[in-house]
Unconditional design. Structure first.
Length: 391
């Protein structure tokens, strides 16, 4: 029998969340592996810095547009069924990557991956907030973040090893198979247990109700730009320096592991204060990017990437927790869609502009510029109110 989420007990909600977290882990492992290692594959096919930036931007532009469309559909259609359809679509896209051998082909598939990724991230965080018992929302957001970052930890290092030993086509097929259990989990554990009613008014009315927290979205733009370059250009840059795919995967896994440590302690960062936490993370990230600009070997990249990961592990959960608590319940689809939309805007602008800077000058100039950009979080965060929850 299918129930409305409001009819479920706290324990039933927790059980659904556990199934959702496992699904998020598997899908994020697949998407994270491809996202981080695709620039390495493209560089091996002869892509320039500008093409690497364009590849990242194409995916991010499509992702950005799809986040708004996803928010609209989540507030008007049944969320779990939507999640099921686009999860299956994502598996198909990953299989198609195994059939590519030229850079232009990657551009089209990166756009399709942007569609699948946007549907996944917006729906996953919306379902987390919808299913969570209200008094456990901060804990649920923490576990949501830990679920996807765990996939980002496991994916790159395993993907680097597989691609070095068996090639990238084998890697693409392997990660596609990770999504199949997720399809089964959604179909059996979520689709058969709970349904969400559509919200009258949709995403546009929801946007109006989000005006009081608009500054929270603006605050993460500098980080979103940095994140786009980290994902789209930095792996390819390390490949140009002669670092192997497996070593790059190891570095990215280390970075995401440290980021995960920040997620584990995110309730503590929330209690410590939104503004203070963002200040610490902004300063740490600026220092990390400065050190990246001076790095040329795997050992030189290790420390700054660890610092970058720790700083990102503070920014991401603190802002998401702020938005989740301050958003009206009838506009969750809108708020989460807008949250991912802002990341998409930053990740669209970052790679294409960053790729042009790296090509015209050098990568060191790019990372020095980013070290200054991320400090804009300091003044922007001053307008955010401190939260009283999370104790």
């Amino acid at each position: 029998m299918v129930y409305s989420v409001s009819e479920l007990s706290v324990e039933e909600r927790r059980g659904l969340l556990r199934s959702l977290y496992l699904t998020i882990f598997l899908i994020s492992t697949a998407y994270g592996t491809i996202t981080f290692l695709l620039p390495v594959y493209a560089e091996g096919l002869g892509a320039t810095y500008i093409e690497l930036g364009l590849l990242g931007s194409i995916g991010s532009v499509v992702y950005t547009a799809m986040t708004l469309l996803t928010g609209l559909m989540l507030d008007r259609f049944e969320k779990v069924r939507f999640f099921l359809v686009f999860t299956a679509f994502g598996a198909l896209v990953l299989v198609l990557f195994s059939l590519t051998s030229r850079v232009p082909e990657l551009f089209a598939l990166r756009g399709l991956l942007g569609i699948a990724s946007a549907a996944f991230w917006v729906t996953a965080c919306t379902l987390t907030a919808d299913i969570s018992p209200p008094e456990e929302l901060t804990k649920s957001v923490v576990r949501y973040n830990i679920s996807w970052i765990s996939g980002f930890v496991a994916g790159p290092i395993l993907g680097g090893i597989v691609s070095d030993r068996y090639g990238f086509p084998a890697l693409f097929v392997l990660v596609a198979t990770l999504i199949i259990p997720s399809v089964l989990l959604i179909a059996t554990r979520l689709s058969g247990r709970v349904a969400f009613r559509a919200v009258t008014g949709g995403i546009w009315k929801g946007f109006t109700s989000l005006r009081p927290i608009a500054l929270a979205y603006i605050t993460i733009i500098p980080y979103a730009i940095v994140l786009g370059i980290y994902m789209a250009i930095l792996p390819g840059h390390m490949g140009v320096l002669g670092i192997s795919a497996s070593a790059i995967g190891l570095l990215l896994t280390m970075t995401n592991s440290v980021r995960g440590l920040g997620f584990l302690s995110s309730e503590r960062w929330v209690r410590w204060g939104t503004r203070r936490s963002l200040w610490v993370s902004s300063i740490l990230m600026s220092g990390a990017l400065f050190l990246v600009s001076k790095s040329n070997s795997i050992w030189e990249f290790a420390l700054p990437l660890a610092l970058y990961g720790f700083a990102g592990g503070i920014i991401t959960p603190v802002i998401l927790d702020y938005i989740a608590h301050e958003s009206p319940s009838e506009a969750l689809g809108a708020s989460m869609g807008l949250h991912e939309f802002v990341y998409g805007v930053g990740m669209s602008l970052g790679p294409i502009v960053g790729g042009a800077i790296a090509e015209a000058y050098n990568p060191s100039t790019l990372y020095m510029t980013l070290a200054g950009l991320v400090l804009l979080i300091l003044p922007l965060s001053l307008g955010l109110k401190e939260m009283s929850h999370g104790s």
